[in-house]
Design a binder for this molecule. Structure first.
Ligand code: ASP
Length: 442
């Protein structure tokens, strides 16, 4: 493929565009590759710890306005931030008129979505001017339905036509419009979703998501010191890890590119030479560590059931699950033995209903023993490479055993993509460190 045929959509997070110095870094990245044709900015984020995000300040303005309090001071602070960027970048443009409109709309009682969206709107105007790209308002190409849910088909259709008519464009992240014309935002952090939606519409070859970290880490750095970064991860592995509590990408921001088969590359604006993490549908890339990542969550309970000859009783499992269904409780895992069955559930779902649940199960399946064990943590060791490496499970278990930790539950998915282990909540962090250490030596 010729370089010019390739299309990249690049999304920059709030800290990547927090001030003029960050704007310069982002612009250098964008302009260094002609394939980076469509740019989706967030609103200016924090410049230092303790700083305020522009989106939060705008929401504060709307809150004050809606209860008749003065909001002029805080709006002025927001304007000062944008004016400083304009001055430091020596842009020949003013946002005075835009701020007058925002002020009037706040006075008139605008929605919180409208107020919150203005950070992206204004930042995109500045970035488009600085890059010499066309500004295309997201309100004209991202649509929500009358029920306020995102209308992906209509958006895709209109957006593709509009964007492909522009060679280079900046589209503000985070919002679109309702059928009545009002602004509607995605959930917080929603510029990631806009980036993915844009990538799908223009059928990009790559969706680059520029943040302030060099991709995903193999596990939580609050638990393991300096964990290795993940080079390549598949969408399925990502789902396993995020389901198990890893803060990676919001599901909605993965879906549009996942269905279109577009890879995502998480990059670091402050270290553009780092390759970051690639998220792909399929890959032949082998992780040197065999496993891709480790994640976990506390707050699970195990309902243990024991009954002689359970394996010969037709409908036993069905009746157990019926009890959970009747109480509107979904289960996470279902490990079973010959005469035992355990149902693992999120503790919050059975809180206050434990006695009722035990009695119901007793009536339905008449077990010999039944109990609930609270305070269990689940740890998922995820890796597409496990299928090709015999002994991976034994390495996981012996690492935990060597750390003197009792494993309460083991569940390996049939896809051999993950091994889920249950341990006491008090052993959670230590178990993760033990597993990490055995796969990642230094
Ligand atoms: N500015 C919005 C927020 O702070 C959206 C985003 O940054 O993605 O949530």
């Amino acid at each position: 493929m010729k370089e010019s045929d390739c299309i990249k959509v690049v999304k920059f997070g709030g800290s990547s565009l927090a001030d003029a110095a960050q704007f310069k870094k982002a612009a250098e990245i964008i302009l260094s590759d002609p394939a980076r044709r469509y740019v989706v900015p967030s609103a200016p984020g924090k410049r230092f710890s303790g700083d305020a995000k522009v989106t939060d300040m705008l929401i504060e303005c709307q809150k004050s306005a809606s209860c008749g309090k003065d909001f002029a001071d805080i709006l002025k602070k927001i304007k000062d931030r944008f004016d400083e960027i304009i001055k430091d970048l020596a842009l020949d443009l003013t946002l005075d008129r835009e701020f007058e409109i925002i002020y009037k709309n706040l006075e008139k009682g605008c929605t919180v979505d409208y107020a919150a969206s203005r950070g992206e709107y204004l930042n995109a105007i500045l970035l488009a001017e600085y890059l010499g790209f066309e500004f295309i308002d997201a309100a004209e190409i991202i649509f929500f339905g009358p029920d306020k849910t995102f209308n992906s088909d209509r958006t895709n259709l209109f957006m593709a036509e509009r964007l492909l008519s522009a060679r280079y464009a900046v589209i503000p992240g985070f919002y679109g419009s309702l059928p009545c014309g009002e602004i509607k935002t995605f959930s917080r952090g929603g510029s990631d979703i806009t980036g993915a939606v844009v990538a799908r519409a223009v059928m990009a070859d790559l969706y680059e998501n520029w943040k302030d970290v060099s991709g995903f880490l193999m596990c939580d750095p609050k638990i393991v010191e300096n964990p290795h970064p993940i080079g390549t991860i598949t969408y399925r592995e990502l789902r396993e890890l995020s389901y198990m509590g890893a803060t990676v990408l919001h599901e909605d921001s993965v879906f549009p590119v996942k269905i279109a088969g577009i890879p995502i590359n998480i990059r670091n604006t402050n270290a553009p030479e780092d390759p970051g993490t690639f998220i792909v549908s399929e890959t032949t890339a082998v992780n040197p560590e065999v496993i891709t990542g480790i994640a976990g969550k506390k707050g699970f309970s195990v309902v243990h059931l024991e009954k002689d000859m359970m394996n010969q009783e037709v409908g036993f499992g069905m009746k157990v699950l019926q009890a959970f269904y009747d109480m509107n409780i979904c289960f996470e895992h279902l490990p079973s033995g010959i005469d035992t069955m355990s149902v693992i559930v999120d503790s919050s779902l059975i809180k206050g209903k434990e006695t009722f649940l035990l009695n119901k199960l007793s009536r339905m399946v008449n077990p010999d023993n039944i109990s609930i064990e609270p305070s269990m943590a689940l740890i998922a060791v995820v890796g597409r490479g496990m299928v090709n490496y015999p002994g991976t499970a034994s390495r996981v278990f012996s690492a935990i055993a060597k750390a003197g930790i009792n494993i309460k539950m083991i569940d390996q998915g049939s896809s051999e993509l993950n091994i889920v282990i249950g341990v006491a909540e008090s052993d959670f962090e230590e178990a993760i460190r033990a597993v990490y250490k055995v796969f990642c030596k230094s």
